[in-house]
Design a protein. Structure first.
Length: 137
């Protein structure tokens, strides 16, 4: 008969003995923590590689760390390549790699200034929605 967790535990202790049940519980907890530790170590390794990849591409360490922290929850389930794509999407949404060079879109409007931004000439994004049409002379 199936009871709640507490009653099942009590019935198991009566049937199999207290020591046996407690040993099995400890063994299961140890297995679970070993699996989680391995997954955490793998996720940390991916985050370190992601940080290195972003800084190698010219991003400031603070910017790269911020993007890496935002993606920390997804590091277990995603590949390093996908993490890098998502980090670049976080870091480079306002940049357009058009023929005029890398200029923030908001700075292209007359009188607008791009405050607190930095150019990353290593990365060129070519996307039709991000590139403005060049005026024809």
């Amino acid at each position: 008969r199936i009871y709640c967790r507490g009653h099942n535990l009590n019935a198991a202790k009566k049937t199999f003995g207290r020591e046996y049940v407690e040993d099995k519980i400890r063994l299961r907890q140890r297995r679970r923590s070993d699996t989680e530790d391995a997954a955490d170590a793998d996720a940390r390794e991916k985050q370190d590689k992601l940080l290195l990849a972003l800084t190698s591409q010219g991003f400031k360490r603070a910017e790269a760390k911020k993007a890496t922290k935002k993606l920390a929850g997804e590091a277990r389930s995603l590949s390093l390549e996908e993490l890098l794509r998502r980090a670049l999407a976080l870091l480079v949404p306002q940049w357009a790699g058009c023929a005029r060079g890398l200029i923030p879109r908001r700075a292209r409007k007359p009188g607008a200034q791009a405050r607190g931004t930095s150019l990353h000439p290593v990365i060129v994004i070519r996307h039709p929605r991000m590139c403005e049409e060049r005026p024809k002379p």
